[in-house]
Design a binder for this molecule. Structure first.
Ligand code: BGP
Length: 477
């Protein structure tokens, strides 16, 4: 087996439209769920407002103004040697409310131009169709993905994109981090994924499973449609992967970890195998959940299985079986514990490079499909020195350790890996907190949490480091 990554390994970077484009009302764009969220912080939740409220600051509205500056930014990606660039298509640029019968040509043209610019620079676009960008209108009118009507509207949007860009884009993903909503007690995660607000007294978990099912069906229909439009398309799912370890060698904790993995990652089972695993349908029965799953849905799931698994990896987790509760009643709140072997970022995300190797092997053992690491990175505060330099050694250290483990998974364990796109390759608005000062980039953007700054771009130390990693295909790591 080769000791090297393949020469066509897709090195690049990843972003999402709503976190960097800005221009929230330009080119006919409609309001998305990301446009109505304010800024939080390490200790403050991001607030979801009822529509756009005057006087509130919404960081995604301008973001880093990539919409107007993408040519210069792509030149910097090219300078780093990117082979690919992952971004999303903002649904509300194409169908501003989600319900128009015809797409918005200005929105389609923007992505034509963006993809042309990438291709001109030999950078392959890798495109997510839904990255926390649901039209807000579909929340107010239908309650988001809980309503089956939204399946059809998503398929319409996705089909428009797959047809329009069929000769420009080969790698697609359907729903970003679809499994985040497994944490159904978290208002932010269920809202950004599926546009869900729960009524008082409603069973949140059951509501989440219905919305998730509707998304899984929508995804499968889009995969099937995509393969008909262009058989060369590679269409993947996108899973937020944080392996869940047992807190001890107590068999109860080992089983607790396995059960938690099942609840978080069954989404991948459905995407890959085209059917629900038995542990989940039995769980629904025990809980008395009544999920609307039709015969047609089951056929759709079978017909639209994915070509690869895209995933994000930031950290791992650990669980302890809660005393006196059975496995069915475990939630992240009552079972997760800190891993005492690991340090954490300023936002409490525990740093675990070996967990990435573990994740790559776990996916491979379970699904036997090519993998694509489409997000990995270290959110940190950066300091700009007087002379304008930024010495982000902590970020280099994080990425270096993760790339080392990734390489081991490929060259020693034989994992089939398409590429690696670190998250937030240029500083952008944090999805979780809305902060600008939680930075991931190789490229610094002069803007802070208070909406101050010139938006000037500058290269951090990690820019030169990652350029060398790509140029040498990580030979020196
Ligand atoms: C993932 C999302 C991204 C991104 C990243 C970092 O959950 O797919 O959109 O933002 O995490 O998270 P955050 O921005 O909260 O630091």
């Amino acid at each position: 087996m080769s000791k090297r990554l393949s020469e066509d390994f897709l090195w690049g970077g990843a972003v999402a439209a709503h976190q960097l484009e800005g221009a929230w009302q330009e080119g006919g764009k409609g309001v998305s769920v990301a446009d109505i969220m304010t800024v939080g912080g390490p200790d403050k939740e991001r607030n979801i407002t009822k529509g756009v409220v005057s006087g509130e600051y919404y960081p995604n509205h301008e973001a880093i103004d990539f919409y107007h500056r993408y040519k210069a930014d792509i030149a910097l990606f090219k300078e780093m040697g990117f082979k690919c660039f992952r971004t999303s298509i903002a649904w509300t640029r194409i169908y501003p409310t989600g319900e128009e019968s015809e797409p918005n040509e200005a929105g389609l043209k923007f992505y034509d131009d963006l993809f042309d610019e990438l291709i001109k620079n030999n950078i392959e676009p890798v495109i997510t169709l839904s990255h926390f960008e649901l039209p807000y209108h579909l929340v107010t009118k239908y309650g988001g993905f809980r309503n089956r009507k939204v399946i059809d509207l998503f398929v319409k949007f996705a089909t428009t994109c797959l047809k329009r860009y069929k000769d420009k884009v080969k790698y697609w993903m359907t729903f970003n981090e679809i499994n985040n909503q497994a944490n159904y007690d978290n208002d932010f995660l269920v809202f950004t994924n599926s546009g869900l607000h729960f009524n008082p007294g409603e069973n949140r978990e059951e509501g989440m499973y219905q919305a998730a099912h509707n998304e899984l069906v929508a995804s499968a229909r889009v995969v099937k449609m995509g393969h008909d439009i262009n058989p060369n398309f590679q269409i993947g799912c996108m899973i937020a992967m944080g392996p869940i370890y047992p807190a001890s060698m107590n068999p109860d904790d080992v089983l607790a970890a396995q059960k938690s993995m099942e609840k978080n990652y069954f989404f991948a089972d459905v995407h890959v195998n085209g059917q629900y695993p038995a542990f989940l349908t039995k769980y629904w029965t025990r809980k008395g959940f009544n999920i609307d799953v039709t015969q047609e849905d089951l056929a759709d799931l079978q017909a639209g299985t994915v070509d690869y698994i895209g995933f994000s990896y930031y950290m791992s987790h650990a669980v302890k079986k809660p005393e006196g509760l059975n496995f069915d009643d475990m939630t992240p709140e009552n079972s997760q514990v800190r891993n005492t072997y690991l340090a954490a970022s300023d936002w409490g995300w525990q740093i675990d490079p070996k967990g990435l190797r573990y994740a790559l092997n776990w996916f491979t053992d379970k699904y036997h499909l090519p993998l694509f690491i489409v997000e990995n990175g270290f959110g940190a505060y950066d300091k700009v020195e007087e002379d304008g330099t930024i010495h982000d050694s902590y970020r280099i250290a994080y990425l270096q350790e993760h790339i080392r483990e990734m390489k081991l998974a490929v060259v020693e364990d034989g994992v089939d890996l398409i590429g690696y796109t670190p998250w937030g390759c240029i500083d952008l608005v944090s999805a979780g907190t809305g902060e600008m000062d939680k930075r991931y980039g190789f490229i610094h953007v002069d803007k802070n949490n208070q909406n101050e700054g010139s938006l000037k771009r500058s290269k951090k130390d990690s820019f030169y480091w990652f350029k060398d990693v790509i140029a040498t295909n990580a030979e020196n790591i």
